[in-house]
Design a protein around this ligand. Sequence first.
Ligand SMILES: [Zn+2]
Length: 139
Amino acid sequence: MAQDTVWCQNPRCPEKKNSNQIRGTKGKKYHQSSKASGYGSGNFCTLRCYDQWSDQYLDRAIDTLAIRIVEPVKLPMESAWRKDCKWQYNDGDSYIVRYLENKLMGIKIPVTEQQYDSIGYGNDECLALANQIGYKQSA
Ligand SMILES: [Zn+2]
């Protein structure tokens, strides 16, 4: 969250004209910005305000920061490790299958619940466990 951001950063936030945005005294009332909450890294009050701001400023933000991606980002084989799990159904039974996977290498390694829970989702942790278990590359 941006430091010291209290108010929703969408300049059009008061245009929602919500009852809880009404301030001022009789004859001098106005709608004001809402407080920011968890949207857009804590800069916006709602997803709608985040979207309105993005529609207006996101292109400029990307170009001003000079971070526009002009070629596709590529993730090489050695960085393509992940962990995942899925439900399997067999004759009315259901159970969770947990595995390490590298689709680029054509590798899928079953792991125990304990092994699965012992690591995060990062590539390095998944690769380290795959190396520890031992695996064969097929693609
Ligand atoms: Zn807002």
